[in-house]
Design a protein around this ligand. Structure first.
Ligand code: FES
Length: 110
């Protein structure tokens, strides 16, 4: 069985993420988008499942992100695509906020 070591990484300051905004971070080559939905921070894979569009450069309305390239949409809470082909997922990552720090929990394959 493949072991997946967990790592908690500081990725941003809460001040970089006002409500309704997104922020891009690169964690050792892993592209992650952060979104602030009414004060709750979500982290998800920045690459669209269609052709890899940068989701953090798209549009965030409520908890839905729209890809800037061709308009596919995803829930930032679940990572599920909301338009056909429904059921595709982008990865999501647990988020912790400690004081001003936004921390993301990552599983790294060994
Ligand atoms: S790359 Fe995102 S919709 Fe095409």
């Amino acid at each position: 069985m493949l072991r997946m070591p967990k790592e908690i990484v500081r990725v941003a300051s809460i001040h970089e993420l006002p409500p309704g905004h997104m922020h891009y971070v690169d964690v050792d080559g892993l592209p992650i988008a952060l979104a602030n939905v009414e004060g709750t921070i979500y982290a998800f894979g920045d690459s669209c499942r269609h052709e890899g569009g940068p989701l953090s450069s798209g549009v965030l309305i409520d908890d839905t992100v729209t890809c800037p390239w061709h308009g596919w949409t995803y829930s930032v809470r679940t990572g599920k695509s909301l338009v056909p082909p429904v059921g595709l997922r982008i990865p999501t990552y647990p988020v912790h906020v400690h004081d001003d720090d936004v921390l993301v929990e990552l599983d790294w394959p060994e």
